[in-house]
Design a protein around this ligand. Structure first.
Ligand SMILES: [Zn+2]
Length: 661
């Protein structure tokens, strides 16, 4: 039989009424996994039994029109989309739209997933010819077959949706789609509209690893559906249950001995026991009513076939990740297939306000060893905060206030200098001052900020500018900027430091959220008695927006306090201090100066932090050392006989532990 005859036969086959064969059966009958895949050869449903129920929901006889899978990694889940499309091409033809985050992702899928499936599966090769064949209508983005075509598009260019009607839509890795998913005009909504002519015969299949609570597209659709869980049987008592991470147990320090605890009989069984005896007769169970015609499935990596993602590995990864919010988020999303709760959205200002402690503003509680200042510049005022740092990632709000006045005039800056220089005496009688000061130049009065930073550079003042790009360090490298001040230009006159605002905010909100259950002494952030309610309102004025992947200010709210924390972290991590890299021994050394034990009083001024070498101090600032942490104490304290000079500043500034990361 010639190629043309074969093609005509294929056309005839395709235009018959829908073959009612279920997708799982289709896969086992026709699909062959290519030789270069981990498990080549004919598709076997027994290998990934949990995929069968999902394929049934996608099949022609199912009552569902929309099917969503919230999935973890290493479960074979991406093969579902391929089977869905392969079945549609051979058994129930109609136009198919496959939407990927970008067209590049779509072309990659075509090359690495679709084309290998087509080449290794006779039934597909009969209907879509090799792209090398003239007139094959098989391109990277569009494939013609008897009864329809497959169109591959990127969600970032929904223009590719055009006006064709579609019977099948694949929404692959929906949480990676950028933009206003779920709104009118979003790729998700447009794609769904294309299927409206097909009524109940249409099938929309969305899948993804989830991201952030409240904004995750896959989670939003999962919650619309019947939220099915895969029920396995306890190898010991036979009780049906679905896997939850909280039931995974291992002896302390031995994650390789991870076992799963039955909810009913409290017996720990091994992964092999659960995934053999336990998987016999396993089935999907809806746990919610859901909208009519919408099925949804939750599939964490705990279910992966033996050998694909061992529980011992998962437990070890969890132990490694649990104290690091960034690694833990990846574990929760990719392994547990759960949304990560961004903590900023949960913070309640009234709750945090209750954490105000007994110490008044401008007093130094015990344990607070280093002071930094941050300044936010507005059109008609400066706002400032002094933050104290101590061992164990502890922070104290020492002062917060507003300096009203026009930052184009000298007055506000003079008052700022006075506040910055004014010493505060701690309970050990040691006088402390601000060590570094970060001033925001990104808002109003950029050149006044530059000028002030230039003039006070030798006492640790520097200009910062925030960048909300994800993953940036709290403080980056400086760039030289021209200063244009009152008609005078100073070429490269000031160093501008870029600040990773989202990184710093994530740090701040994680600290505040994890303080919820803590007694004051264990808290990361301590608040002074004199802070007004409005301060806490501002502290909760931003939430994480997953669609834009950055923090967003809530409408009508002020948020300067958040910025002051962000710049305060930058001031603390500046190379002059590097508090983020301090080791315990470094802190001990500062402590011996700032909080000297009785009879070992140390009262000599501590050297100012290392200074840039090329500083030319302005006359007004040049007189006297204004930036010391310790000054001679009040008379009630005896002078030590032989005040030891402090160690080289660099010896306690060069630690390597990232205690604040
Ligand atoms: Zn049991």
């Amino acid at each position: 039989m010639g190629a043309v005859d074969e093609f005509i036969r294929a056309v005839n086959e395709a235009i018959r009424p829908d073959s009612r064969i279920p997708i799982a059966e289709w896969a086992e009958k026709y699909r062959v996994l290519p030789p270069d895949t981990p498990e080549p050869g004919p598709w076997r449903n027994s290998r990934t039994p949990y995929l069968v129920g999902i394929m049934d929901a996608l099949s022609p006889d199912s009552p569902y029109r929309e099917i969503y899978l919230k999935k973890g990694h290493q479960l074979g889940g991406s093969a579902l989309g391929e089977n869905f499309i392969g079945h549609a091409i051979t058994s129930a033809a109609g136009n198919i739209l496959a939407v990927f985050a970008t067209i590049d992702d779509g072309e990659k899928w075509n090359l690495s997933r679709f084309e290998p499936m087509r080449e290794s599966t006779d039934e597909l090769r009969k209907r879509i010819r090799d792209k090398e064949v003239k007139g094959s209508d098989n391109t990277q983005r569009r494939k013609k077959f008897p009864g329809g075509f497959l169109q591959i598009i990127g969600a970032n260019r929904p223009g590719g949706l055009k006006s064709s009607t579609m019977r099948y839509v694949l929404l692959e890795e929906m949480d990676e789609y950028a933009g206003d998913i779920g709104n009118q005009g979003s790729p998700e909504t447009l794609a769904k509209k294309r299927t409206s002519n097909f009524g109940r015969k249409a099938r929309i299949f969305g899948n993804s690893t989830p991201t952030i609570v409240g904004t995750s597209p896959i989670d939003r659709n999962y919650l619309r559906g019947d939220q099915q869980k895969y029920m396995v049987a306890c190898p010991c008592c036979g009780e049906r249950q679905f896997f939850q991470w909280g039931q995974m147990k291992w002896p302390a320090g031995e994650p390789e001995k991870a076992r799963y605890l039955c909810e009913r009989c409290d017996v720990l069984s091994t992964e092999a026991e659960w995934k053999t005896r336990g998987y016999v007769g396993a089935y999907w169970q809806p746990t919610a009513k859901g909208e009519p015609g919408v099925a949804s499935f939750h599939l964490p990596s705990i279910y992966a076939p033996l050998g694909w993602r061992p529980w011992a590995e998962m437990a070890a990864d969890f132990v490694a990740a649990k104290d690091d919010p960034v690694a833990l988020k990846a574990f929760v999303n990719n392994e547990l297939a759960e949304c990560w709760e961004d903590l900023s959205g949960q913070l309640k200002s009234a709750e945090i306000a209750k954490r105000r402690e007994g110490y008044p503003l401008r007093t130094i509680p015990k344990g607070c060893l280093v002071l930094v200042m941050s300044v936010d510049v507005q059109g008609n005022r400066l706002e400032y905060q002094i933050l104290g740092f101590g061992r164990g990632k502890k922070h104290w709000v020492i002062d917060y206030g507003i300096i009203d006045g026009d930052p184009a005039k000298d007055d506000v800056w003079t008052r700022l200098t006075a506040l910055r220089e004014r010493p505060m005496v701690n309970s050990f009688g040691v006088s402390m001052r601000v060590q570094t000061c970060a001033i925001d130049s990104g808002g109003h009065h950029t050149h006044e900020v530059y000028q002030y930073a230039r003039l006070h550079r030798h006492v640790g003042v520097f200009a910062v500018k925030g960048a909300s790009t994800a993953g940036k360090p709290v403080i980056g490298r400086p760039v030289s900027m021209d200063v244009n001040h009152r008609g005078r230009t100073i070429k490269g006159g000031v160093q501008l430091w870029h600040v990773g605002t989202d990184t710093a905010k994530s740090l701040l909100f994680n600290y505040i959220a994890s303080d919820e259950e803590s007694v004051p002494n264990d808290r990361f952030i301590r608040f002074a008695a004199g802070l007004a309610d409005d301060y806490f309102e501002q502290l909760t004025a931003e939430v994480y927006d997953a669609d834009k992947a950055q923090y967003r200010k809530l409408p009508g709210r002020r948020n300067e306090v958040i910025d002051l924390f962000v710049y305060g972290f930058a001031a603390a991590y500046h190379p002059l201090l590097r508090l983020d890299t301090m080791r315990d021994s470094d802190w001990a050394q500062i402590e011996s100066v700032v909080e000297p034990v009785n009879g070992d009083l140390f009262t000599a001024p501590l050297a100012a932090p290392a200074q840039p070498e090329d500083v030319v101090a302005e006359p007004e600032e040049a007189k006297g050392e204004v930036n010391v942490v310790a000054e001679p104490p009040p008379p009630r304290i005896e002078q030590p006989v032989q005040p030891e000079p402090p160690q080289e500043t660099s010896s306690w500034l060069s630690g390597t532990d990232n205690w604040l990361d």
